[in-house]
Each structure stands twice: as structure tokens, then as C-alpha cells.
Design a binder for this molecule. Structure first.
Ligand SMILES: [Zn+2]
Length: 211
């Protein structure tokens, strides 16, 4: 596991990178990562482009705020994923445009919103389930998110955005970017005859890359 100080610097850098490329606007989107004995997370009302390493929220292993600025109000979404995926070390939640657009589609398959379009989609996140809408501040999002997170490292929150976890913060950010770009491709192709990857091609990826 990366040391806390290095991880703080990494979170600042990756937040800035996401913001500058339009993956988060205003104060939308939040990041978190496991550290020894707990978590660090982006603070409430913070802009991903202007995080400060020394002000990131520090939480104990139960998610209680112990230092730094108060955490994002969406921390319960992150904790719901960590509860389901004890081996994952970081969670990225974005309101990026195309992922959010797909999360609003009435005909999205709740088990997987996207057809298999590219190899990187399959390798970086695989299925993209859609969890039902719940309002900001829903008292128990874990009830909705944890069961889905047990079987998927990426999901869409209906009419809201994406929620992605991975072993490291770098990998979680990469996967969240892949979710956004795959949703963009899917929307660009709506109405076109799509040649999707075949089950045999997906099996080959799983065999070679363990996706
Ligand atoms: Zn959100």
C-alpha cells in the first residue's frame, strides 16, 4: 500500500487531471483511498481540480471523520463499496457527462448498461450494472450499493453518475475514465448497427488478461 503522504499527493494530482479534462465540473465528483487504519477522501464542497494534500479528510476504519476537512457528503457511497470489496483500495465517483447520460436511459439493462464494445472496456471494468435511483442523503445507500458492488467493480447510479473501485487509486481513476469513454462511445453509436465483441472474444480476453 502506498504511504499516506504519497497517496495524498497522488489524490491531488489525479483530481486535478480529472478536473482539467472535464471528468468533473464544479464541486462534483469525489475520490477516496484506503490508508493504514482507515481512509482519506476528498472534502465536502471541494473541487477535484483544487484539492490540497494537507486538507484531505481523514477517516477511521468505520468511516468516522478524525482529521482534515469534513468529508464529501457522498462518503457513504464509498463506504458501501469498501464494505463489499475488502481487497479494493480506492473508490472514484464521478458525475461525468456521458456516464450520467447513460444512467438516465429508461431502457438501460440494470445488469449491464453497455454492450461489449471494446477490449479495454472488458478488461478495465467489465459489466456496468445500474443501481436504482436514490436521493442525495439517502440514509442507507449501502442497502442498495453493497449487494451490486459484491459482483461488479463499476456501476452506474441511476440519474446520477458512476461509482468505480479498484486495487489502487490510479487503477480506479483509469477505470472511471474508461467507464466515461465507453458510455460516450455507446451514445455515439445509438441508432447504428453495432458489431459487439462476441462471447468467444470476451472469453479470450478473460483467458489472456484475467478480465
Ligand atoms: Zn454524486
Amino acid at each position: 500500500m502506498m504511504g499516506e503522504e504519497a497517496l495524498r499527493e497522488r489524490m491531488v494530482l489525479l483530481g486535478k487531471s480529472l478536473f482539467e479534462r472535464g471528468f468533473g465540473v464544479g464541486t462534483s465528483g469525489n475520490l477516496s483511498a484506503r490508508i493504514e487504519g482507515g481512509f482519506i477522501a476528498s472534502p465536502t464542497n471541494s473541487c477535484l481540480g483544487r484539492l490540497e494534500a494537507g486538507r484531505l479528510s481523514k477517516l477511521d476504519s468505520d468511516g468516522r471523520h478524525i482529521a482534515g476537512d469534513p468529508p464529501t457528503k457522498e462518503l457513504p457511497l464509498h463506504l458501501a463499496v469498501y464494505a463489499a470489496r475488502p481487497r479494493d483500495g480506492a473508490v472514484v465517483h464521478l458525475h461525468s457527462t456521458h456516464a450520467t447520460a447513460v444512467s438516465c436511459l429508461a431502457d438501460a439493462d440494470p445488469a449491464n448498461a453497455l454492450p461489449p464494445l471494446t477490449a479495454y472496456q472488458a478488461m478495465r471494468f467489465g459489466a456496468l450494472p445500474v443501481v436504482p435511483y436514490f436521493r442525495p442523503g439517502e440514509p442507507d445507500p449501502a442497502r442498495i450499493i453493497t449487494p451490486v458492488a459484491k459482483g461488479a467493480r463499476a456501476m452506474l447510479l441511476a440519474n446520477h453518475g458512476s461509482l468505480v473501485s479498484e486495487a489502487t487509486l490510479d487503477a480506479a481513476v483509469s477505470a472511471a475514465e474508461e467507464v466515461e469513454e465507453s458510455c460516450k462511445l455507446f451514445l455515439m453509436l445509438r441508432g447504428s448497427a453495432i458489431r459487439t465483441l462476441t462471447p468467444a472474444q470476451l472469453d479470450e480476453l478473460a483467458a489472456v488478461f484475467g478480465s
